[in-house]
Write a protein of this length. Sequence first.
Length: 113
Amino acid sequence: MPDNRIERLRKLLYTRDLKKVPEDTRASVSEFKSDAPKDWGAPPSFEFNPEEVNKRNNKFFNRFFVGSIVFFGLSLLVAAFIFFGGLNMISPSNVDIVITAPTAISSGESEPS
């Protein structure tokens, strides 16, 4: 049976003879000239204008934040009143758990209908 290309490649892959190991052949890469800047440029300024902080938009967000805190506080008060005030309708006397199943089933057998 003649050797096919896969068998020849397998023999080359697992050979211990260094003379038969294929050399690494790669295409040459041409040098590429880039127009990208070599440095990061001037450092950014992190100074801010105090007039920008006191704009009207910040007043809206401040009111929204205070309103959300008030809503959260009121919801906590209502939850505490319902939980501790006796309006909670769940009690152990209102819960009934009934389990109906056979006490034992033989292995490999199905449950009778």
